[in-house]
Design a protein around this ligand. Sequence first.
Ligand SMILES: Cc1ncc(C[n+]2csc(CCOP(=O)(O)OP(=O)(O)O)c2C)c(N)n1
Ligand SMILES: [Mg+2]
Length: 655
Amino acid sequence: MTVTEKSMANAIRALAMDAVEAANSGHPGMPMGMADVATVLFSDHLKFDPKAPKWADRDRFVLSAGHGSMLIYSLLHLTGYARPTLQDIRDFRQLSSPCAGHPENFKLEGVETTTGPLGQGFATAVGMAVAERHLNAVFGDDLVDHKTWVIAGDGCLMEGINHEAVGLAGHLGLGRLNVLWDDNGITIDGKTDLSTSEDIPARYRASGWHVVSCDGHDYDDIRKALGEAEADPRPSLIACKTVIGYGAPTKQGTAATHGAPLGGEEIAGTRAALAWDHEPFVIPDDIMASWRQLGKKGAAARADWEIRLGGHAQAAEFQRRMAGDLPDGDAIKAYLEGLAQDPPKVATRKASEMALGAITEVLPEMLGGSADLTGSNNTKTSFTKPLTKDDYSGRYIYYGIREFGMAAAMNGMALHGGIIPYGGTFLVFTDYCRGAMRLSAIQNARVIYVMTHDSIGLGEDGPTHQPIEHVQSLRLMPNMLVFRPADAIETAECWMLAIQREDGPSTLALTRQGLAPLRHDVSINLCEKGAYRLKAAEGDKRVVLIATGSEVSLAMDIAATLETAGHGADVVSMPCAELFDAQDEAYKSDLLGTGGILRVSIEAGTTIGWERYTGLDGMRFGIDGFGASAPIDDLYAHFGLTVDAITPQILKKIG
Ligand SMILES: Cc1ncc(C[n+]2csc(CCOP(=O)(O)OP(=O)(O)O)c2C)c(N)n1
Ligand SMILES: [Mg+2]
């Protein structure tokens, strides 16, 4: 008997409901509802090879509705990826299993991106689609010619970030992006008409998308819609009308199937309704064989691609870029040596632009952008012409006022490979980016956030624009490196550390205001250890001043005053607290001072957390309320961040 598509889809349904039941937790409804659509996608459209999950020219498949993780786990298992094994699926949601609650890109090959926070998978896929077009423009059809497919739910489309992602994809004409919308009319609270009456197809069409719909349980109709989507030059939304929890006799079509085990009785009823009379986790040989056969169909395309790569003039450069390796040589050595000759007094945002000039010249994989603050973030260089719908070879994206969308798209580019994305906005608007920054960190994605206007130093725009808690709160985020350089040389050093870091994101917090040069020696990257002694005490050491960014020169001035008063003071510049934390104890205690030495921190932001370095008996200068609107010098005076305000307090403390 030939195996029907329905029975292949039912294998997904069975694995999903049984795994959720075994874990006593999870989301069976979505995989059961989208099983038919996914079966058609994997059999007729998706270009993939389970034996080569990292094949650079594979289609990218993003399960944006990450709660339906059992859908992707089932598909990976059935089509023949090495993992997940059946045992992995049996252990769904257990510590030992790569089948985590939501798909994690670092746990399973075939999972292109971590999803779960609704809307972000979709927005990440936009970045993957940009990466594909850009690399295609650089390396040609022979090496780069693939599509990006997304399965998204009502929630992904309802999130605010969807507006940003859809707008960007439509504007950039990303025709190889196809989104399968699980149009089941259900979310957790019940029917979608509880909370929305939006005309979603109209919104997409108005944004330059092609929209088509289908009955998500009718194979011919699904096939037709997917074919139309592939053929259309615009990005496509395929509205797949589905029944959540398809097959569950009393619960299908209801929110009850969304996020809870179906229960023994309902599962028995589902088995009967689907005519699936196999034990839990048992896939009959003929159905498994059909799936495995389907999983082999991409091998020939992959072999052809390998041959094309082998004979390609740009093969080595393509492989270097996809591997994420930097080219040989020191990208900024000459630039740094030039700086050292005549260190300029510039804002670190300007110093960042200068460093980027040198870096983007020699690193073609750098692809920049800004959320409508190009002239303020100083993110564009003469080597990065605009990336547009008409010229994808460009290396600069005008993201528009879409901070969250920009950050998620950058994740997609980094995860796609071949690109090191960087993008800017004001530091205060990291609040808008934060969900995606967190996913950069979780996913070990090399994304560089260029965040300018990093304190009250921006002056007159006032408290809404003045970051207070931002630097410190980003330091709290695991695997995020936060750099706050103090002058042009530190800025260039921090840029290189961010670029050299292959396994995670970095944030550069940069000033609007000019900063005096502090460093002259460029023989080694002093920022590498996160903190270093910029000035050693001349007199008998009583104080260690620890500062970052714009406050380092203030610390130098305070130290000079203390020395004049007969008290030796070290100044420690700490451009990256996380890198400093990673040093050995000897380095740390030598730098911070021990045994009766007063430690003082100065940073124009929250003082919370600085006890970590100053100890409870140290002193912390910063700002623990919101900022204010005034010229910069007035603000520093108002918040007590001046030599005159701080020095007497230190003198009093050391008696
Ligand atoms: C940003 C975010 N907010 C809330 C949630 C919690 N959540 C998970 S699924 C879901 C409902 C999603 O509805 P839909 O996409 O229609 O999925 P379906 O119920 O159809 O499977 C919610 C609110 C989340 N994962 N991410
Ligand atoms: Mg839904």
